[in-house]
Ligand binder design. Sequence first.
Ligand code: CP
Length: 357
Amino acid sequence: MDIRHVIDFNDITPEQWDALCALGGEIKASPRDFERACEHKIMATLFYEPSTRTQLSFQTAMMRLGGKVMGFADPSSSSVSKGETLRDTVKIISAYSDVTVIRNPVEGAAYAASLYSRVPIINAGDGGHLHPTQTMTDMFTIQQNFGRYQGLTIGLCGDLLNGRTVHSLVRALSRYEGNTFYFISTAELKMPSYVTELLRKTNNTLYEVETLDECISRLDILYMTRIQRERFKTAEDYAKQSGIYILTAEKMKQAKSDMIILHPLPKVDEIDYDVDDDPRARYFEQAENGMYIRMALIHEVCINNSRIAMPGAYPAPSPAYCRNPRCISNHEKYLPPMIKETDGHHFCAYCDHKLKV
Ligand code: CP
């Protein structure tokens, strides 16, 4: 598999994903067979935003493959706190490591990093945009539970506006057909249009509803998400949205006996504690699966030893070509305008927002 940067789950073809998923299954079954697979390789983890699962599962994944890990979990302990740009940090780190994993609160940061890195960049979450290795975790767990990505009824519930995990998961599942999606959210936290528009172009069915009661009995998978306090401008805005969706043991009585509950975690109050003991709650298994599928990804990325060639120069910056204030192009002013075209529409390559060109 020739896997380079992984910014979006869809940077990996469906065939590559099938192979990666199969490798993840092999590793899960016999982890000791892989304990020297990445000997002499070094992975950098640059976490500009807090993380438990993603950071530690990446680190343990590399260690279980026999490789080494370096990086920071808190940018205040690095030269970022002195005002160093993302570009300079990434250029330096890519001289030290064989693969760099990056989490950043700004949308498009991982793509921006990939423009300046001579080693593969893996996006470990860029603001409210994408989280492809969480999607790998989710897709691997779905595969292990259902053995397929078709003919499923999937409910996604909570903060669909800012939830990068649901954006990535829907984009991944949109490559398959015959699924029914229920997007369950308040009007304020609806799925962004670039995700719904993408799904509506496929042979899948989409319903947008405001309550769990409208669909829970039909679901094969209920994907719960946290209302993310850190994505709201004010405490009042957060208070208006928190506590609306709470999955209780009582509500679970309406669900199918073989429905599974997934959650990217951390969870706060959106799932009652007693639901954790329900055999349909699979989120702890899901988090463990994240380590195995990240082992498979690191294994494949590190097999390719060659350094990535840098282009001679990028186009000159074009201030505010993207109107998304959360886009990295509006934070790191040296970044070139990067535009991608789909079906005659232009999108910002960093954050996927539609451009007025
Ligand atoms: N699911 C997830 O990204 O968890 P962390 O924020 O703990 O990494």
